[in-house]
Each structure stands twice: as C-alpha cells, then as structure tokens.
Design a protein. Structure first.
Length: 225
C-alpha cells in the first residue's frame, strides 16, 4: 500500500473513531429533521448538529427524548421557551415569558385565511409555493405563511387566531384549563421542567399538546442547523 493512501486511511479511521465516541456520549450528534414543526427556524429535511457540551437558554433549539404509543421512544427538536420559575403565557398568538414579548425576537409562521383571488395572486407571483401548506375552507384558503411575508402583502389581519376561552380538548386534558394554541396560560414552569414550542406555531406538536418536558430528558443543544 502506498504511503499517502495509508496515511489517508489512518486519518479517516481516527476521525471516524472520534465521531463514534462523540456520538455515543452525546457530545456531538447529527440528526435529520423530518417535520415542518420548527420552520422557518429549522427547515424540513435539514441536518442539525447537537451537543450536550453546550448550555441552553430560552430561545435555543434543543433535542429531547419523548415517548408515545405511535412512535415509542424517539428524539424531538423544539425551541426552548420556558425554564424553571418562568411564567409562560400566549396571548392572541404571541408568546410572553415573564410578561416580556419573546416572539418579537424570532421569525415565525402561522396559518392565514385568505381570499381565493388573493391566494391565486400570491401563487402566480411565486410568494406562495408548494412548500406552503394550504387547503380550502369554503370560499377561502388556509395557508401557512411567514409572518413577515403576510405583513409585506397586507395580510396580517388575516391570521387565524383561536379565540380566548375556546378550549382545545387535548390541551385541557393536560392542563385542566380552557386554553388553546393561541391563548395559553399563564403557567409557571416548575423545577425540573421545561416548555418547548415550534416556530411553525399552528403546526407543531409541542408542550401545548404533550405537556412540559423533563429537563433530564434534554439530550443537547442545537449548535448548527
């Protein structure tokens, strides 16, 4: 075997060994994202790197273990927006942490209910594409839009916000309150628990629907996406 090839193979073997050790200890792992729950923050089918060496704080994307009947134990990713002793409240679709509007610091998307004519116009101009989830409701279209895109096209008042005190039964079964995805809380986060939520606010199964997660179930922080 030629010496340059031998050296290359040795180097590759060492790198592979290091990556294996890092992965087994959760020091560094790579995951593929199979959902749109965190768009636009993390795109569908994108790859992320996660490490348990990095600390986390409100606003970070974290990986955590979750178990349900359908998928068994698996890994989920959401944005951390509530740690012990924080008071979380969502008012008309806007999330507040300790009475401070956190949503103004990040880019989000929601469902918007728009006229068919406007929908066709946006489609023609390439503003809405096949990546936008859309379905018809009578004479209107329900479409996922970035909030900034909706604002730019004069659609901010068409956001589909669930009214206060219109209980979502899944949320009520967990928190025993008449809350829904757009009007939730106030809720004080107890010790050892965290509140996680997706940036795709109207299409994310997060702490609103599965309850608070255990801090001990956090695998690591997303360090590259």
């Amino acid at each position: 075997m030629k010496k340059p090839l031998k050296i290359t193979l040795i180097v590759l073997g060492i790198l592979f060994g290091i990556y294996t050790v890092l992965g087994q200890t959760d020091m560094l792992k790579m995951y593929n994202i199979p959902t749109t729950a965190n768009e636009p923050g993390i795109k569908l089918n994108s790859k992320i790197f996660v490490s348990n060496l990095a600390g986390y704080e409100n606003g970070d994307f974290i990986c955590y273990e979750y178990e349900n009947e359908m998928l068994g134990k698996h890994i989920r990713v959401h944005r951390l927006l509530g740690i012990a002793n924080d008071i979380i409240e969502i008012k008309d679709g806007i999330l507040f942490i300790n009475e401070q509007n956190f949503d103004q610091t990040i880019e989000l998307q929601h469902f918007y209910l728009i006229d068919l004519e406007k929908f066709q116009e946006l489609l023609k101009n390439g503003i809405i594409t096949k990546e936008n989830q859309a379905f018809r409701i009578e004479d209107k279209m329900m479409v996922t839009l970035l909030d900034k895109v909706a604002e730019k096209n004069g659609l901010s008042d068409q956001i589909k916000i669930e009214p206060k005190n219109q209980a979502n039964q899944i949320i009520k079964s967990i928190y025993n309150q008449d809350w829904n995805m757009d009007n939730f809380g106030p809720l004080k986060i107890p010790e050892g628990k965290c509140f996680v939520i997706g940036d795709n606010r109207h299409n994310s199964e997060d702490s609103r629907y599965i309850g608070l997660i255990n801090e001990s179930d956090i695998i690591g922080t997303v360090i590259k996406k």
